[in-house]
Design a binder for this molecule. Structure first.
Ligand code: AMP
Ligand code: MN
Ligand code: MN
Ligand code: MN
Length: 275
């Protein structure tokens, strides 16, 4: 049986392993098909592809930040052509918005008594993506919080002093960028949004209407009943099922390839694809 992990991050966004190191680690954990899905960038794909010569297959991917009815939603694109110009331009515009946000975040954090947050976060930044994760690492460094998780809860999540409301990509444009580049659009980690059941239904209706074709049924840190729930939802909406760890760092409980099997009654996103 092949081992798939179709949601991972590298230093091209907010992960801590370089793309080549990520590939090595994935091999070490028995993964034979890996998608690199950095936030709003495909900047790590070339290095990952070069490293993925033997024993592992690389799927070019991306995880796009979407604003949907006032909520931040993540849509993963799998099997994209990374030379597609509409996709490249779309992602560029999101990275510009990240830079503006970072400046506003730093001003808000300053008012909350945290100095030099922009410079601090930039020290953790590895490419042209500036993420809240980089701010979180700085907050830990200066002792404002004890963990990245606490940084989000006290300073970075919606409703806290450092949060800046954002307009990311729309759902239709995101799906157009992905499908226009030959990829499959997949709703990431459906259990992690602060939306109720009715809103999730609405999201999936909008998603399918715009041409989305998949949903992550298996992610890290899920209870078995969640897998059944999202498998049922996949069937209800005619969506294919994906699986991915959302790996960011070796020092977390999300390990590469450490994923429960997909239930047999869903159609895996790799079926009828060359993966
Ligand atoms: P951004 O895309 O810059 O708004 O940052 C979102 C990223 O922050 C997510 O993709 C996660 O990697 C990370 N994140 C969000 N909440 C938490 C949390 N509670 N603990 C650790 N990382 C988090
Ligand atoms: Mn992240
Ligand atoms: Mn995500
Ligand atoms: Mn992710």
């Amino acid at each position: 049986m092949r081992v798939y992990d179709l949601h991972t991050h590298s230093t091209a966004s907010d992960g801590v392993l370089a793309p080549s190191a990520l590939i090595e680690r994935a091999k070490g954990h028995g993964v034979d098909t890996l998608a690199l899905t950095d936030h709003d960038t495909i900047g790590g794909i070339a290095e990952a592809r070069e490293a993925a010569t033997e024993g592992i297959r690389l799927i070019a991917g991306v995880e796009i930040s979407v604003s949907w009815r006032g909520h931040l939603i993540h849509v993963v694109g799998l099997g994209i052509d990374e030379s597609d110009s509409d996709l490249i331009l779309g992602l560029e515009s999101l990275r510009d918005r990240r830079d503006d946000r970072a400046e506003q975040m730093a001003m808000r954090l300053e008012k909350a008594g945290i100095r030099s947050a922009l410079e601090g976060a930039r020290r953790y930044q590895t490419t042209d993506i500036l993420s809240r994760t980089h701010f979180a690492r700085y907050l830990v460094e200066v002792g404002k919080v004890d963990s990245v998780d606490e940084a989000f809860k006290r300073f970075l999540n919606a409703g806290t002093p450092g949060h800046v409301p954002m307009q990311w990509a729309t759902l239709p444009e995101t799906i157009d960028w992905i499908t226009g580049a030959g990829g499959a659009a997949v709703v990431a980690h459906p259990g992690r949004y602060r939306i109720d059941e009715n809103q999730l239904d609405q999201l999936l209706e909008d998603f399918v209407e715009s041409g989305g074709i998949g949903i992550e049924v298996v992610c890290s840190n899920q209870k078995p009943d969640q897998i059944e729930r999202f498998a049922g939802i996949a069937r209800k909406y005619g969506l294919q099922a994906s699986t991915g760890s959302d790996f960011h760092s070796p020092k977390s409980n999300r390990e590469l390839g450490r994923l429960a099997p997909l239930p047999e009654y869903v159609i895996p996103v790799w079926q009828n694809r060359e993966w």
